[in-house]
Design a protein around this ligand. Sequence first.
Ligand SMILES: NC(=O)C1=CN([C@@H]2O[C@H](COP(=O)(O)OP(=O)(O)OC[C@H]3O[C@@H](n4cnc5c(N)ncnc54)[C@H](O)[C@@H]3O)[C@@H](O)[C@H]2O)C=CC1
Ligand SMILES: CC(=O)C(C)=O
Length: 254
Amino acid sequence: MISLENKSAIITGAAMGMGKATALKFGKAGAKVVVADMNEEEGNKVVEEIKSDGGEAIFVKVDVSNEESVKQMVQKTVEAFGKLDVAVNNAAITPDDKPIADMDFDYYEKLMSVDLNGVALCLKYELKQMEQGGTQGSIINTSSVSGIRPQPTNPAYVAAKHGVIGLTKQAAMDYSPKGIRINSVAPGAIDTPMLRGALDQFGFDPDEYAKQLSMLGRFAEADEVAEANLWLASDHSSYVTGTVLNVDGGYTSM
Ligand SMILES: NC(=O)C1=CN([C@@H]2O[C@H](COP(=O)(O)OP(=O)(O)OC[C@H]3O[C@@H](n4cnc5c(N)ncnc54)[C@H](O)[C@@H]3O)[C@@H](O)[C@H]2O)C=CC1
Ligand SMILES: CC(=O)C(C)=O
């Protein structure tokens, strides 16, 4: 059993999907968990679930695209738990794009502000805190298979997720001398509200989509990505930094 005892962890986008699964898993592993999300109602339910399982957690309302809000998120973490050891920068919004020539540039900018700039802002304040606290922490940025290869008519999301991998590698290089590790997880087709929303919106058949997006021919459960986050968060991955861990049922090798 991988332990996160004596570690405090922020997970953004933790009210639903993979963020929620990660928060629950980290709580079980003994971490003090900060459930950070815009969705207060669902976020508080996750906190209650962690507590009813014997864990420790607080909810912090955050908009990762807003610098002051991100700064406050880190401050509230330190006020509650004294330090920051682990962060999973997972919050993002759904791809909703068209080919580049037809794209809605307002939506492009909105997606960038959450899916890419949100990760940059979180890294900024989390790394500042880890440096000041002398913490040899671990940060995981959630990218996507869309950060490794293009998807049909998905320019904003693909650009943002490639950017997340770029930020991860840069941060890993700059902060390795302080003993802080920064990695990325690249999920494939994971059964979450985001994926179900996209299938409905674009009218895709779930079974067909699962076959196209995975050698294993199925969607993953959010918990299967949470397992990867747990390993990267823990000391079990002590020699791993600047890398991208694909959790995609083999999709990027197809
Ligand atoms: N579901 C999938 O198949 C895949 C998802 N991903 C990525 O995995 C991560 C998690 O995705 P899911 O769990 O599927 O998403 P989801 O839509 O189920 O959950 C996302 C969470 O982020 C929160 N959020 C959205 N905007 C926010 C903001 N500005 N500030 C704070 N919180 C915000 C939402 O309230 C929600 O709780 C995302 O980065 C997504 O891009 C990557 C590849 C595949
Ligand atoms: C839904 C999603 O984020 C994918 C497949 O990259």
